[in-house]
Design a protein around this ligand. Structure first.
Ligand code: HEM
Length: 143
C-alpha cells in the first residue's frame, strides 16, 4: 500500500498543528493508551529514551517523508530495533493507533477534520506495516 498524494498533503498540513501541541497530544495519547490498554504499560517500564514521547512527531515526520526513501529506512531501522528490544508486537499497533488518533481529535478539535483523520489513519497504517515487517525479521533472527 502507498499513501496517496492527497493523504500526504493532509498529513503535512497537520504537522505544524501537532508540533504546536506536541506535549498535549503525547500526554493525552499515553493517558488513553495506558487506561484503555493497560497491557502496553510494562513495555515502557524500562524506557531508556524519551524519543518515544515524540511519537506523533515521529509519525508525522515519517509520513511526510514517504517519498524520501533514505530517510525512511534509517528511521525504520532505529524504531524497529527499539521496538524489538522492548518486545513490541503486531497486536500492539492498533492500540497505539486508537490512542494516537483519539488524542489528536481531543487536542486539535475541529482542526482535525475527517479528511485529516483518515489521512492519519492511512499514514499510521502504512508506517505500522513497514515496522511490523522489519520487526518480524529481527525477531526471527533472534532465534
Ligand atoms: C507507527 C507506529 C510507531 C512509531 C512511529 C513509533 C516510533 C518510535 C520511536 C521513534 C521510538 C524511539 C526509537 C529510538 O530509540 O531511537 C520508539 C520506541 C519505542 N516504542 Fe514505538 N512507535 C510506534 C509504535 C509503537 C507501538 C505499537 C508500541 C507498543 C505499545 C511502541 C512502543 C515503543 C517502546 C516501548 C519504545 C522504547 C522506548 C524507550 O526505550 O525509551 N511503539 N517508537
Amino acid at each position: 500500500m502507498n499513501l496517496t498524494p492527497q493523504s500526504i498533503q493532509s498529513i503535512k498540513e497537520t504537522v505544524p498543528l501537532i508540533r504546536a501541541q506536541a506535549e498535549n497530544v503525547t500526554t493525552r495519547m499515553y493517558e488513553i493508551l495506558f487506561t484503555k490498554y493497560p497491557q502496553t504499560k510494562p513495555l515502557f517500564a524500562n524506557a531508556t529514551s524519551d524519543q518515544h514521547k515524540k511519537l506523533a512527531g515521529a509519525i508525522a515526520a515519517f509520513a511526510g517523508n514517504v517519498d524520501n526513501l533514505p530517510m525512511l529506512s534509517a528511521a525504520v531501522e532505529k524504531m524497529a530495533t527499539a521496538h524489538v528490544a522492548t518486545e513490541v508486537k503486531p497486536d500492539h499497533y492498533p492500540m497505539v493507533a486508537d490512542a494516537l488518533i483519539t488524542a489528536m481529535g481531543d487536542v486539535l478539535g475541529d482542526a482535525f477534520t475527517d479528511e485529516r483523520k483518515s489521512a492519519w489513519i492511512e499514514g499510521y497504517t502504512f508506517l505500522a506495516g513497514i515496522l511490523i515487517q522489519r520487526e518480524r525479521q529481527l525477531y526471527a533472527q533472534q532465534n
